[in-house]
Design a protein around this ligand. Structure first.
Ligand code: PLP
Length: 429
């Protein structure tokens, strides 16, 4: 593949943008090499500035669940822009969007629109703190909730670890309020609540972890967290920025039958535009300004063009059988990859929940963060590049979930598996 235009753009970008990108993982640092620059996207494919095409399993990191550049989303945006780009005053589409979200996700009786997943999670923990009068929050190793200060904390080696900041610029005084737990460990959660329960404002979790590869909850785990939060009066916050409208129409909470107190959304609800949202019971949401005293605002929040894109997207994913179709294709992809790896003598297991999946270069089924981080990342990196050379774009890190879209037809999956059969030979060599 020729990458001369991408290379020239990346050289220019590195002098102007930190690391040459506007979001770190795009720079390919963890897999090595230079990123390609995208000229256009269509269906299951990305097309780069050098004219190469890639089957895309990143899907703009989640939003593109109906495939890139879907005509219905594009025409909804085209119609909306005829009326102006931003009003700074209420518009009807915001009400329709709130009706749509609250009807699809019954735990959300009210919602507030924001502009990114990060804004949604930051706002949700402010609400949790304001509503409970407590300061501590709990998060999980390997879960990502955007780049807010309170979330840039990971556990140390102990089972229960008080927060230490993992990024310069995060004040220790703030990160100390973030308690971190190992995901899928019932006893650790019980012990943490026994020690700190009455100081905990909220527990935030990716109900299916998608930012440490793809790790589903063990049977009964989310129920246990629900019970702990209820017992100690802490709010259970499901971060469904990734899983919302993806693992099932009603998100992970519908898939696993759990009712969180607050939910955060992003990605799919914006249809590819910068959108996030948070929602919950009316009694909680009515504490947000101007209904209540907890402040949160946004110049572009509820933007009419973004609402139009998101509403068109939500219509498409609401079609009967949509998620079942995607789930079946993701299962087929995972089974095919496991078989291709086995034939090449490469150790590979997969996880899959609905339209999200993960590849683990290991012999064992992975359900903890420790297992996910113990996988053979060098093998993943070789596989990533071997697939890229064959026109398949996986997330450029061993610790990201993969995404299937409605445009990933059986033929596209078969083409992916054909590439994988060759790529695994490279990994094995
Ligand atoms: N929460 C989760 C689960 C995410 O996966 C992400 C982003 O990947 C975020 C929050 C942050 O969203 P954004 O990048 O839109 O700020």
């Amino acid at each position: 593949m020729n990458h001369s235009q991408s290379s020239a753009l990346f050289a220019r970008a590195k002098t102007l943008l930190p690391g040459g990108v506007n979001s770190p993982v795009r720079a390919f640092k963890s897999v090595g090499g230079d990123p390609f620059f995208v000229a256009r996207a269509d269906g299951a494919y990305l097309h780069d500035v050098d004219g190469n095409a890639y089957i895309d399993y990143v899907g703009s990191w989640g939003p593109m669940i109906v495939g890139h550049n879907h005509p219905a989303v594009r025409s909804a945006v085209a119609a909306a822009i005829e009326n102006g780009l931003s009003f700074g005053a209420p518009c009807a589409a915001e009400v329709t969007m709130a009706e749509k979200i609250t009807s699809l996700v019954p735990s959300c009786e009210m919602v507030r629109m924001v502009n990114s997943g990060t804004e949604a999670t930051l706002s949700a923990i402010r609400l949790a703190r304001g509503a409970t009068g407590r300061n501590k929050i709990v998060k999980f190793e390997g879960c990502y909730h955007g780049h807010g200060d309170s979330f840039l904390v990971k556990a140390g080696s102990g089972m229960l670890t008080l927060g230490v900041p993992t990024s310069p610029g995060v004040p220790a005084g703030l990160s100390e309020l973030t308690l971190t737990l190992p995901y899928n460990d019932v006893d650790a959660a019980t012990a943490l609540f026994e020690q700190h329960g009455t100081d905990i404002a909220g527990l935030i979790i990716e109900p299916v972890v998608g930012n440490a590869n793809c790790i589903p909850p063990r049977e009964g785990y989310l129920q246990h967290l629900r019970a702990l939060c209820t017992q100690y009066g802490a709010l259970l916050i499901f971060d469904e920025v990734m899983t919302g409208f993806r693992v099932a129409l009603g998100g992970a909470q519908a898939h696993y039958g759990i009712t969180p107190d607050l939910t955060t959304f992003g990605k799919i609800i914006g249809g590819g535009m910068p959108v996030g949202a948070y929602g919950g019971r009316a009694e909680l949401m009515n504490q947000i300004a101007p209904a209540g005293p907890i402040y949160q605002a946004g110049t572009l929040s509820g933007n009419p063009v973004a609402m139009a894109a998101g509403l068109a997207m939500l219509e498409l994913v609401s079609e009967p059988g949509f998620h079942e179709r995607l789930s079946a294709r993701a299962a087929r992809l995972c089974a095919g990859l496991e078989e291709a790896a086995r034939q090449a003598g490469v150790a590979l297991t997969t996880n899959q929940v609905g339209a999200m999946f993960g590849l683990f270069f290991t012999t064992e089924k992975v359900d903890t963060y420790a297992q996910a981080t113990a996988c053979d990342t060098a093998a993943f990196n070789r596989f990533f590049h071997a697939m890229l050379e064959r026109g398949v774009f996986l997330a450029p890190s061993a610790y990201e979930a993969g995404f299937i879209s409605a445009a990933h037809t059986d033929e596209v999956i078969e083409a992916t598996l054909a590439a994988a059969r060759e790529a695994f030979k490279v990994v094995a060599a």
